[in-house]
Design a binder for this molecule. Sequence first.
Ligand code: PXP
Length: 244
Amino acid sequence: MLRLGVNIDHVATIRNARGTPWPDPLRAARIAEQAGADGITAHLREDRRHISDADIDALMENLTLPLNLEMAATAEMQAIALRHRPHAVCLVPEKREERTTEGGLDVAGNQAMLADYIAPLREAGCRVSLFIGHDPAQIEAAARIGAAVVELHTGAYCDLDTEGRLAERDAELAGLTQGAALADSLGLEVHAGHGLTFDTVAPIAAIPQVRELNIGHFLIAESVFTGLGEAIREMRRCMDRARA
Ligand code: PXP
């Protein structure tokens, strides 16, 4: 069964654009649950540009679905995660000036630091996920430091598809496919996400080792036209068709 994690960050982005209480990310999470989402993902960024600390409090208090808390590997975020103990913590690289998470985490280059960083999170019962590219060196490093999950970054694959650079897109897809197989063979659970749409989701959903997709921006964008529940149900149908 391929799980769908719905990333609700951009519900908060719209809210923050006007400083109103609406649209409410918790309401979005409840609609996602009714529409068949298996989890909720939220990225608490250092600059709080979308999800806020109060959103995380509200989600942890009210949500029945598992929360996947995305965050940078900083002391501040570790303390927040240890206080809340969400189901999963996904570590992502974060640059203040970037529009979205641009690349994967350099696990191979920061093994000792990351091993120390994730140890208390693992002890607290959080499933630790590392958001990485499909480079075998990164996947092997993730396994070595004891992560439970790797989330493979599908952003480059999606961008190449949008730009019509199809040979490069297919090469990127082959890398993701091989990366998923390698990660699975090392005992890592494989997730994938970033930039996925109705048009790009199928080949990723068809990778047999992938257990979960985390999708946000496109679903929130689509919900302007069809409603969030319908956008999620259609994504689920795309995923299920590809899996079958
Ligand atoms: N997975 C991770 C680790 C992410 O950082 C993001 C973006 O916050 C996503 C998935 C979802 O990406 P998108 O919003 O482009 O669907």
